[in-house]
Design a binder for this molecule. Structure first.
Ligand code: THU
Length: 164
C-alpha cells in the first residue's frame, strides 16, 4: 500500500514484517541480527543496517559509539562504507535499518539521520540507480522508500567538487 505521510514523503507501508516480500524480510532480519552487535553503551540504542548488493550478497553494519560522542558512527554509514570498501564494483539494491533500545520499545520504523541520508545519497548518485530504503522498528509498521532521493530531496549536490 502506498501512503503519503505527514512529511509528504511517498512510502510503501506494510503493517508488519511478516507482510514483506521474502527477500525484503530476509534483509530486515539480517539488520535485526546485526543490531545485537552494536556498540552503544552511551545511548543504549542499538541500530542495525543490512545492505543487499546486486549480486544478492548481504553486508551489514551496526552503530559504534565512543566516549567522545561525535566520534561515534551510525549503523547505516558503517554498512555503506563497508559495502563500498569491499564491493565498489557492485551496485547497492536495498538497505534495511532497524533498532532496539534498552529503556523503551521501538514500535515505529527507524528513520535514518540526515548525515546518513547524505552519505547514502552519494552512492545512489555514484551508481546511477536508486537504493531502496527499508525502515523498521522492533515491531509495528514497515516503511519502504524507493530511493534515497525520496527521503532527501534537494540534497547538497555540488558535483563540480569532483573537479573533472
Ligand atoms: N544512530 C544510527 O545508528 N543511525 C541513525 O540513523 C540515527 C542514530 C545511532 C547513533 C547513536 O549511536 C545512537 O543511534 C543514538 O543516536
Amino acid at each position: 500500500m502506498a501512503k503519503k505521510l505527514k512529511h509528504n514523503i511517498e512510502l510503501t507501508v506494510y503493517s508488519s514484517l511478516d507482510d514483506l516480500p521474502s527477500k525484503d524480510k530476509e534483509l530486515v532480519l539480517r539488520a535485526k541480527e546485526v543490531s545485537k552487535k552494536a556498540y552503544a553503551p552511551y545511548s543504549q540504542f542499538y541500530v542495525g543496517a543490512a545492505i543487499r548488493l546486486d549480486s544478492d550478497e548481504i553486508v551489514e553494519g551496526s552503530n559504534q559509539e565512543n566516549m567522545a560522542y561525535p566520534s561515534g558512527m551510525c549503523a547505516e554509514r558503517v554498512a555503506i562504507y563497508y559495502a563500498n570498501s569491499h564491493h565498489s564494483d557492485q551496485k547497492i539494491e536495498s538497505i534495511a535499518v532497524t533498532a532496539f533500545a534498552k529503556r523503551f520499545d521501538v514500535t515505529h520504523p527507524v528513520s535514518p539521520c540526515g548525515a546518513c541520508r547524505q552519505s547514502m545519497a552519494e552512492y545512489e548518485l555514484k551508481q546511477n540507480q536508486p537504493i531502496r530504503l527499508l525502515m523498521t522498528g522492533e515491531s509495528g509498521e514497515v516503511y519502504i522508500a524507493e530511493s534515497i532521493e525520496t527521503v532527501l530531496p534537494f540534497m547538497f549536490n555540488e558535483i563540480e567538487l569532483k573537479n573533472e
